[in-house]
Design a protein around this ligand. Sequence first.
Ligand code: PPS
Ligand code: ADP
Length: 310
Amino acid sequence: MIGVVVNKSLILRSSPEFDFYDSSSFSGKLGFLLKMPSASFNSLPGGPQVRSSFSAPIQAMEGSRTTSSFVNDKVDSFPTDFHQSCCNSDDNFTGNDGKDTLKTSTVGNSTNILWHKCSVEKSDRQELLQQKGCVIWITGLSGSGKSTLACALCRGLHARGKLTYILDGDNVRHGLNRDLSFKAEDRAENIRRIGEVAKLFADAGVICIASLISPYRKDRDACRALLPEGAFIEVFMDVPLQVCEARDPKGLYKLARAGKIKGFTGIDDPYEPPLKSEIVLQQEVGLCDSAEDLAEIVITYLDEKGYLEP
Ligand SMILES: Nc1ncnc2c1ncn2[C@@H]1O[C@H](COP(=O)(O)OS(=O)(=O)O)[C@@H](OP(=O)(O)O)[C@H]1O
Ligand SMILES: Nc1ncnc2c1ncn2[C@@H]1O[C@H](COP(=O)(O)OP(=O)(O)O)[C@@H](O)[C@H]1O
C-alpha cells in the first residue's frame, strides 16, 4: 500500500519550478543549467510523467559548492535550523581578496566543517510521503509494553499508508550501540545516538518510533530539544513495576531479583517518569488495554496534530 501511495505522489507531483525544459526557472538558482537530452528521460520507467519528478535531485547536485576557508565559528549548541542559518545567507561568505569562500564551523570535536544544503527539502519529502516527519518516543520500564506498542503503531500507520520506522533500544544495541553497556553514561549515549538517528528519520519525512527505556529525564529532554516544536511526541508507558515484573517475558526481573543482573532498571537502577509527556498510557493490575487500542490513541493524536498529512 505504501508503495502505491508513494508512487502515486511521485507520478502526480510535478512542480513547474523544477521543470527541466524551462531554463528560466533554473537560471536564478543555479550556477549552470544541466542539459540532458529528452530521449534519456523518455527511456526512464514511467515515461514522461515520472520524468519531471526526477529533476529536483539533479538540481540539488548542481547546488554543490566545495570551496572553504578556515574561519572557524565555534558552535556550542547545535540549533535545529543550523543548516539554514549557515547556508542561506551571504554572511556565510568571507574573503577580502575578491575570492568567494565559505565560513566553516567547529561542532564538538569536528573542526572546519560546513553544512551542505540540498534543494530537495524536508517539505518536499513530506509532500511525497503525504505525512509529516516526527518522533514518537516511547519510554517506560522493561516489560511495560514499549516494543509491542511500537509494532502495533507501525502496523496501524502502515495500514493507513504512512511510512514509519522503529528504533527499538534492544535492536539498536545489536548494531550501532553494541559498544554500550547499561551504566548511566552508556545509557545516556544510547539515548543521545538514538535521538540523533530519530531526528534524521524525522527529517526524511518518516514517522520514527523510538522505543527504549530511556530512564533519565535529562536525556529524553535533550532528544526533544533536537526536534522542531511539537515534533517530539513522548509516550509514557505508565505501568506499575508489579505488572512489568509479573510479565517478565525474558526472565530478566527474576535474574535481577536474584542479584544475577546488576543495575536493572526499576530494581536497583532508577527510572525517572516523565513530568509532562504528550501521551500517558496508564495500565493497572488486571486492567490493560490491548496494544491495538493503545496504538489507536497515539494515531488519533497524530491525526489531530496534523502529522498524517503533509
Ligand atoms: N540492566 C538493565 N536494565 C534494563 N534493561 C536491561 C538491562 N540489561 C539488559 N536489559 C535489556 O535491555 C533492554 C533495554 O535497552 P534500552 O536500550 O531500551 O535501555 S536504555 O534506554 O539504555 O536504558 C531491555 O529491553 P526492554 O525489556 O525491551 O525494555 C532489557 O531486555
Ligand atoms: N497492552 C498489553 N497488554 C497486555 N500485555 C502486554 C501489552 N503490551 C505488551 N504486553 C506483554 O508484555 C510483555 C512485555 O512487552 P514488551 O513490548 O516486550 O515490553 P518492553 O518493550 O517495554 O520490554 C510481553 O510479553 C507482551 O506480550
